[in-house]
Design a protein around this ligand. Structure first.
Ligand SMILES: CC[C@H](C(=O)O)C(=O)SCCNC(=O)CCNC(=O)[C@H](O)C(C)(C)COP(=O)(O)OP(=O)(O)OC[C@H]1O[C@@H](n2cnc3c(N)ncnc32)[C@H](O)[C@@H]1OP(=O)(O)O
Length: 249
């Protein structure tokens, strides 16, 4: 199974379960996100968690071994739009969503984590919006969410540098909520959540959702997806993906 969905003590957790490929996203994982969103909406969960299997990666973005077959703007748009819609629905969930960044988060992996309300980042993890090195922009809404979350110049620096950041740098620029070393640190964070009635959490999350619904966030995400789909079709992107796929052969 490419994902796991579990509930423990009022916390619903989605684990991307493709560690052999650094938890890259394919359509099967997207099916899992569909189920996760429905499960959270149907539950009285305190909060929701998204994480990756194994100790190497949280998520390495889109599965290039699959998505490299998408060549044109028309072919790329449906995949980008599907994942962007899933991340928007995750962002709008009625409970706080916590990304437990258990390893490297790269490209779309950073977009998933940025759609969450909190990011708990493992001390040795490195994360980067490296889409620029593939001659594309973010394409799942993560650029819009980052510009919504961080101080403007820091968000623009992460996006335009397209480089990997250390966990310390991510704490420094505000992307990481907290750094952690072991799973007990995560338990401690979740225990603090449980101490407060979940109706309080839901009420605060509703304030955020209302702001995002009225400040044009969705239209910015839609523009982002269209930008990415256009750049996806250019030779520079296909050449960069081929270089990545051929490196390991
Ligand atoms: C809009 C979002 C956008 C999209 O796709 O739509 C993106 O997400 S663009 C960005 C796509 N992702 C990447 O370019 C990241 C590629 N991966 C890496 O940079 C590294 O794998 C890293 C840093 C995540 C982990 O490095 P590490 O040295 O720990 O592992 P390996 O590189 O040796 O990877 C192990 C194994 O997994 C394969 N792999 C890793 N990531 C992907 C991926 N995203 N798609 C397909 N395959 C991936 C890698 O090729 C290795 O395979 P192997 O056959 O064992 O050589």
């Amino acid at each position: 199974m490419t994902y796991r969905i579990e509930e423990t003590d009022g916390v619903l957790t989605m684990t991307i379960n493709r560690s052999e490929i650094r938890n890259a996203i394919n359509h099967s994982v997207m099916d899992g996100f569909e189920k996760f969103i429905a499960a959270v909406q149907d539950s009285r969960a305190h909060c929701a968690v998204i994480t990756g299997a194994g100790g190497e990666a949280f998520c390495s973005g889109g599965d290039l071994s699959v998505f490299h077959e998408l060549k044109t703007e028309e072919e790329a748009f449906p995949m980008l739009s599907r994942m962007a819609d899933l991340l928007y629905r995750i962002k709008m969930l009625p409970v706080p969503v916590i990304a437990v960044v258990n390893g490297s988060a790269v490209g779309g992996g950073c977009e998933i984590a940025t759609a969450c309300d909190f990011r708990l980042v493992k001390r040795e993890a490195k994360c980067g919006f490296i889409q620029g090195t593939l001659a594309i922009t973010t394409g799942w809404g993560g650029g819009s969410y980052l510009l919504e979350t961080l101080q403007h110049d820091r968000a623009m620096q992460m996006l335009t540098s397209a480089r990997m950041y250390s966990a310390e740098e991510l704490k420094g620029n505000g992307w990481a909520t907290e750094l952690y070393e072991q799973d007990t640190d995560i338990t401690g964070f979740l225990d603090r959540f449980r101490k407060i009635d979940s109706n309080v959490h839901r009420a605060y999350k509703q304030l955020a959702v209302q702001r995002w619904e009225t400040n044009g966030l969705k239209s910015r995400v839609d523009l982002e997806v269209r930008h990415c789909a256009k750049l996806w079709a250019l030779d520079a992107h296909h050449a960069a993906v081929d270089r990545f796929l051929n490196k390991s052969r």
